[in-house]
Design a protein around this ligand. Structure first.
Ligand SMILES: Nc1nc2c(c(=O)[nH]1)N[C@H]1C(S)=C(S)[C@@H](COP(=O)(O)OP(=O)(O)OC[C@H]3O[C@@H](n4cnc5c(N)ncnc54)[C@H](O)[C@@H]3O)O[C@H]1N2
Ligand code: MOO
Length: 387
């Protein structure tokens, strides 16, 4: 058994970035640019009005009167140059005309035909957005997973398409004679294959493509045939069959097929039988079958692996909250306790069995206890991972 941190660094060492592909900006949400981007223009590209009102040569006092000589609209600037005594009707986002220094908002004026009368003092320059106030041409955009507002920013930077990491394909293989797909006929000694659904959704939320392969039976030939179907995937993930039982064939079959094993067994709870290795250049993770173990291990190892393959910060960031209950000393394995974080702190669940799916869905945190962590008192600060 190796420590969790060592297992994670060994898993991350298996990661190779996927190759770039070019996508249109409208397809780029959730993707990660390969390398930095840069603005190709200033925003705004000219001094612009922030209000509907009038541009003029200021300042002005209440009662001052100007002659309105034209209009500057968004997308249709005023062609002339303003002189003293003149005003130009201006819209929000429209260019400030040459010669104008000030903008007065409409509510601070009264209009009588072509005459503009100030109903408030305008002593200072306001309501003007300077050229490049948002960003200048050349403004760098550091690669990160793109969110909706990033797409608007990149569009404003005049970036219509970009190179992003290809979405890695994750082949997901459930193993076991006891499993059938939900909704299909089942014997009394069988259960629905559940874990793959969580894993597919988890990897897709992380920007990868999850491919659920047919359930592999506890039979070497059948397991080998399903492994063959995983060829071409960027990561192969198996569920179950990782432990020491007579029907736990994943280690044996994958080794016979040329998988070079990186580790098998990690000092953690749940997830002790976790396995990692690679088929050629393709990373493989063998997750334990118990639903909580499979999902927690995927959270702790598979998601960082996907992030490392797509140019992102791989590791989870630990958070901290006060404990709401006393905890006994932890055993020799790191414990990732299902827990709930609320306004009063973190509540670890009393039941921690790795088969309990209902309880798992109530968790929003994994309370992290290092090996041999001493007893803890309510109120002490504990580390957790959002889950
Ligand atoms: N003698 C020992 N027995 C076990 C040990 C051990 O160290 N010594 N470790 C236990 C631990 S911890 C775990 S975790 C499990 C993991 O074993 P496997 O990875 O071989 O998993 P299976 O035996 O195939 O399945 C365990 C459990 O999970 C159910 N399962 C499997 N796949 C799915 C799926 N896709 N969806 C829903 N449920 C699934 C399966 O039916 C079993 O109930 O081993 C312990 N035993
Ligand atoms: O280590 Mo197992 O994953 O607890 O059920």
């Amino acid at each position: 058994m190796i420590p969790v941190a060592e297992a994670l660094s060994q898993v991350l060492a298996l990661a190779r970035p996927t190759e770039p592909e070019t996508v249109r900006l409208q397809q780029a949400c959730g993707r990660v640019p390969v390398g930095p981007l840069a603005a190709r223009r200033d925003q705004p590209p000219f001094d612009a009005s922030a209000m509907d009102g009038y541009a003029f040569r200021g300042p002005a006092r209440i009662g001052d009167t100007l002659r309105i000589v034209g209009e500057s609209q968004a997308g249709g600037g005023y062609a002339g140059t303003l002189t003293d005594g003149e005003a130009v009707r201006i819209s929000t986002g429209a260019p400030i005309p040459d010669g104008a220094t000030h903008v007065v908002m409409q509510e601070d004026t009264r209009r009588e035909g072509e005459r503009l009368i100030f109903t408030a003092d305008v002593p200072t320059v306001r309501h003007i957005r300077r050229r490049g106030q948002d960003f200048h041409a050349g403004q760098p955009f550091a690669p990160r997973r793109l969110r909706p507002a990033d797409l608007a920013l990149l569009a404003a930077m005049d970036v219509p398409e970009l190179a992003v990491y290809r979405r890695p394909v994750i082949a997901i293989i459930a193993t076991g004679d006891e499993l059938e797909m939900p909704g299909s006929p089942m014997r009394d000694d069988q259960i629905p294959a559940a874990n793959g659904f969580a894993l597919k959704a988890m990897v897709e939320a992380e920007g990868a493509i999850g491919r659920m392969l047919p359930i592999a039976r506890d039979d070497a030939d059948h397991l080998r045939a399903v492994f063959e179907l995983a060829r071409g995937a960027d990561v192969i993930v198996t569920i179950g069959g990782a432990s020491v039982g007579d029907h736990d064939k994943v280690a044996e079959v994958s080794a016979a097929m040329g998988m070079s094993r990186t580790f098998h067994k990690v000092a953690m709870r749940p997830g002790k039988p976790l396995m990692a290795g690679r088929f050629g250049e393709t990373p493989m993770l063998g997750l334990p079958g118990n639903p909580v173990s499979a999902i927690v291990c995927a959270h702790l190892f598979l998601l960082p692996l996907i992030r490392a393959m797509t140019g992102r910060e791989a590791e989870h960031q630990m958070r901290h909250a006060p404990l709401t209950a006393d905890l006994p000393e932890n055993g020799p394995r790191a414990h990732y306790m299902r827990a709930h974080v609320g306004p009063d702190g973190i509540v670890p669940f009393a039941e921690q069995d790795s088969s309990l799916m209902l309880r798992l869905t109530e968790a929003n945190a994994l309370l992290v206890r290092p090996p041999h962590d001493p007893p803890r008192r309510a109120g002490e600060i504990a580390a957790y991972l959002p889950f």
